[in-house]
Design a protein around this ligand. Structure first.
Ligand code: ATP
Ligand code: LTN
Length: 337
């Protein structure tokens, strides 16, 4: 294919820290599947990033495979694109060291996720948590990704990746592509159902705060029914004063494609009960087919592992090329082969 016709490249990652939520799906996974039609995609299970928070080893291993199966179930095509586990491509860590030597302490100190996670796990504020965004920059820059689909919470990390790439290029000459973020218009930040001023997170201890991609129909309906709203009874979009209702509207908009005024009109004069049922039904309709596919794929462990083996080989080939170029640029001695 000529250079002109070459498709742009995407990279994104998700941590195997539990079962993905509706937030992960609307903020990231759904777009991963859609973007496959227009880009060359690399999608990654970010197991090294998961180690920044203490994990039970057996769970981490199981979650990495289960997450791969879910990515296949949402429609990621491992033949046309590349699906792999981060730790299977050691080049990410090699590049990460060099990038860390080109990243300032002050820059990393400003990352809000570092501040949030340090507050959440005060007994384990480890070096990995601090340098997490450098490894993420390495994940992206090692493939010269043009576009990175993420939810809103990751945009600060992406900005840092751009800054690191720009600085490196200035010092050592053109090496890295500056990546752009791709944040969805609807669903970029799905909030907790029980505390709608916090983001929905799969590591939240309150199970009623999130919808999991594996929740059955009854559980989904029950969780939406219990979702925190307010007492004025109006389906109206106002994130400052009505965060609970606005969050449900965001979810409904993401699934139906309707605008906020359209949703307000649809539920004018109706109570929150009707509205919550409608949100639950559109969610069930979207998630159930994914669950059926997931069950089918999970029954075939050899298939899932085969996908990952192939993915790691293809990803490593691309990644090693970048690492070799970077070694040359920064002056690491390379011997002739
Ligand atoms: P954890 O709870 O373990 O911190 P997480 O739920 O935030 O995890 P990640 O693996 O960090 O999940 O994120 C995977 C992708 O999902 C990222 O692109 C992230 O931006 C997106 N994402 C996570 N939570 C939400 C949310 N509530 N709304 C929209 N997108 C989200
Ligand atoms: N940090 C991300 C997961 C992640 C990622 C990446 C996303 C790791 N490496 C590279 C995009 C590109 C998160 O916590 N959601």
């Amino acid at each position: 294919m000529s250079e002109l016709l070459k498709r742009k490249r995407i990279l994104s990652g998700i941590q195997p820290t539990g079962t993905p939520t509706l937030g992960n799906y609307l903020g990231a996974l759904r777009n991963w599947a859609l973007l496959q039609n227009s880009y060359d995609c690399l999608y990654m299970v970010a197991d090294l990033h998961a180690l920044t928070v203490r994990q039970v080893p057996a769970d981490l291993r199981r979650n990495s495979r289960a997450l791969t199966a879910l990515l296949l179930a949402v429609g990621i095509d491992p033949k046309e694109h590349i699906l792999f586990v981060q730790s299977h491509v050691p080049a990410h860590c090699e590049l990460s060291w060099i990038l860390a030597c080109n990243t300032q302490f002050g820059e990393l100190s400003r990352m809000t996720q570092f501040k949030d996670k340090s507050a959440k796990h005060p007994d384990n504020v480890n070096g990995g948590l601090f340098t997490y965004p450098v490894l993420m920059a390495s994940d992206i820059l090692i493939y010269n990704a043009d576009l990175v689909p993420v939810g809103q919470d990751q945009t600060q990390h992406l900005e840092l990746a751009r800054d690191i790439a720009g600085r490196f290029n200035n010092i050592y000459g053109e090496t890295f592509v500056l990546p752009e973020g791709y944040v969805p218009a609807a669903g970029a930040k799905v909030m907790s159902l029980s505390e709608p001023t916090k983001k929905m997170s799969k590591s939240d201890p309150n199970v009623n705060s999130f919808i999991l991609m594996t929740d059955d129909k009854d559980t989904i309906v029950r969780k939406f029914k219990r979702a925190v709203t307010d007492s004025d009874g109006m389906v109206h979009f106002d994130t400052a004063n009505k965060p609970g209702v606005s969050n449900l509207m965001t979810i409904y908009a993401a699934f139906t494609g309707k605008t906020m005024p359209e949703i307000e009109a649809e539920f004018a004069g109706k109570g929150y009960g009707d509205f919550k049922m409608a949100v639950a039904e559109t969610t069930v309709d979207a998630i159930c087919p994914v669950q059926e596919e997931l069950q089918r794929i999970q029954a075939d462990k050899a298939y899932v592992d085969g996908v990952l083996k192939d993915g790691a080989e293809r990803a490593a080939r691309l990644a090693n090329r970048t690492v070799s170029k970077v070694h040359r640029k920064v002056g690491l001695l390379q011997l002739e082969k």
